[in-house]
Write a protein that binds this ligand. Structure first.
Ligand code: 3PG
Length: 341
């Protein structure tokens, strides 16, 4: 029987389903060295955003055929190295978008109305509403960087608050901006100059790393806030710290950090920085969807059926390496589309 290792928390019912066809080990407590030690025994690996799938791990993963990322971002997976070894990488890009969008909106509203600070102050025995005078978002400008799945959801929802929505995304067709009633801006600077709230919804890539750094903070409006529920490292934390110190911007909402888990960070000293522990996808609903979706794909991949969301199909085809049998099956089963959906 083929073996699957699950190293980050996913929906229990989804795991139960997998156990019908595979030997499944659930090891949420594994240290890196232990994972390196045992990975050779597994055909499938299921992860979220914490586990780093790099060359070091892959060199030891001699039986591995498929990696299921229970979630969206894959910056923790070296897809090229996986492809060289014939290992399929799949993810679940649509399953947790609503949750990420809703956390973004929670951050926007909390920062504008000082909800978290006022809550703490009142529970400490004070009743000082004058300290927590906030701002409305109505008629303010929301600047969305990245108008993909999550950015679009944020746009349509914040329109209901009466915000003007602008977005910067050179990869998205004009038609989508028009359909969403979002004003397209041609450059990042054009967005930063006018947005009252800036929110990031891009993947972490070479292009987006430190996308918001010293120069960009200089351009932002003095009373603006910035939200990052996407990936740590898209905002340069040193630059953010400087702009907060100099009161260059009004505040920030961060769910993600350059290094995670993030326990000590000078940004935590600031009351106007609202932080959460990378929990954008952490809702019951999203985790059920993500878990079911990833388990279905890993199951299909290992049984030789179509995998809905392979991220490295072209690279695998090009490499034609030892595990290409899965891809052959994948192609065969494309003809029986929907066989195991
Ligand atoms: C994602 O990329 O899907 C989100 O950041 C969630 O990551 P997580 O699965 O580690 O919660």
């Amino acid at each position: 029987m083929q073996k699957i290792l699950v190293v980050e928390r996913i929906d229990e019912n989804a795991i139960k389903g997998l156990k019908e066809d595979f030997l499944v080990d659930v090891r949420y407590d594994l240290k890196k060295e232990d994972l390196y030690e045992i990975i050779k025994d597994y055909d499938g690996l299921i992860i979220r955003s914490i586990t780093k799938v790099n060359k070091e791990l892959l060199n030891r993963a001699t039986n591995l055929k498929i990696i299921g990322r229970a979630g969206n971002g894959v910056d923790n997976i070296d897809i090229e190295e996986c492809s060289k070894r014939g290992v399929i990488v799949c993810n679940t890009p649509t399953s947790n978008t609503i949750s990420a969008c809703e956390l973004t909106i929670a951050m926007i509203l909390n920062l504008n109305r000082n909800v978290v600070l006022a809550n703490k102050d009142l529970k400490n025995g004070n009743f000082r509403r004058n300290l927590f005078v906030g701002n409305e978002v109505y008629k303010k400008t929301l600047g969305i960087i990245g108008l993909g799945r999550i950015g679009s959801l944020v746009a349509t929802r914040m329109q209901a608050f009466g915000m003007e929505i602008i977005a910067y995304d050179p990869y998205i067709k004009d038609e989508k901006f028009d359909n969403l009633n979002v004003k397209k801006v041609e450059s990042l600077n054009d967005l930063l100059k006018v947005a009252d709230i800036v929110t990031l919804h891009t993947p972490k890539t070479k292009e987006t790393l430190n996308m918001i750094s010293f120069d960009e903070f200089k351009i932002m409006k003095n009373d603006s806030i910035i939200i990052n529920v996407a990936r740590g490292g898209i905002i340069d934390e040193k630059a953010l710290l400087k702009s907060l110190k100099e009161e260059k911007i009004k505040g920030a909402g961060l769910d993600v950090f350059e290094v995670e888990p993030c326990l000590n960070n000078p940004l935590f000293e600031y009351d106007n920085v609202l932080v959460t522990p990378h929990m954008g996808a952490s809702t019951k609903e999203a985790q059920i969807r993500v878990g079911q979706n990833v388990c279905t794909q890993v199951r299909c991949g290992l049984l030789g059926f179509e995998v809905n969301n392979i991220l490295n199909k072209e690279l695998l085809m090009k490499n034609k390496l030892q595990k290409a049998n899965i891809i052959k099956n994948y192609d065969l089963n494309l003809k029986n589309e929907g066989a195991l959906k």
